[in-house]
Design a protein around this ligand. Structure first.
Ligand code: SF4
Ligand code: SF4
Length: 162
């Protein structure tokens, strides 16, 4: 069934149908990255290592229907959990709507195209490595390498600014 245009502007998260709820996910893959938690501060940082079931070429989970059997700690998002999960990315549609903010113009529900997520630089595809290709003992190093690359990108971006 076709989605009601603009439903996300009129409905609260808990009022959405399952079809509407699923359509909010832009497939960015940020929540599929492994995360590290600072045990002193509780700060969560994203590593550059993505779940082995995330298909970077298609920007989606390859086992969505049975993801909990394959990855027991893969969370089912619900409105209640969205309210509690402080680590959800700033760009995540569930977090944005929960915080009363609009969906960005690159969101597929607004752009009409899934490619707009990657074009906006939000998708992880092409920027991360699969956990299948990194030994767990090397995760910390892979994260540091990704973080250094990010910081270098940010510096270059600032240097290039007028
Ligand atoms: S961070 Fe949000 S929008 Fe991105 S893949 Fe996860 S649930 Fe979907
Ligand atoms: S099982 Fe699928 S939805 Fe869950 S973390 Fe892995 S790729 Fe993401």
């Amino acid at each position: 069934m076709a989605l009601d245009p603009g439903f996300w502007r009129r409905k609260r998260l808990e009022e959405m149908t399952s079809e509407e709820w699923e359509a909010l996910c832009d497939g960015c893959g940020l929540c599929c990255l492994h995360k590290l938690e600072d045990i002193d501060t509780g700060e969560i940082v994203y590593t550059g290592i993505v779940c082995r079931h995330y298909d970077q070429a298609r920007a989606r989970c390859t086992c969505y229907a049975e993801r909990h059997e394959k990855v027991p700690d893969c969370l089912v998002l619900t409105p209640e959990r969205v309210a509690r999960l402080h680590w959800l990315p700033e760009t995540c549609a569930y977090r944005l709507l929960h915080e009363g903010r609009p969906l960005p113009s690159w969101h597929p529900l607004r752009s009409g195209r899934r490619d707009s997520v990657a074009e906006a630089g939000v998708a992880v595809a092409g920027k991360v490595v699969s956990e299948a290709d990194v030994h767990p003992q090397d995760w910390a190093q892979a994260w540091l390498t990704a973080r250094e690359a990010d910081e270098a990108d940010n510096r270059d971006g600032k240097d290039a600014a007028p």
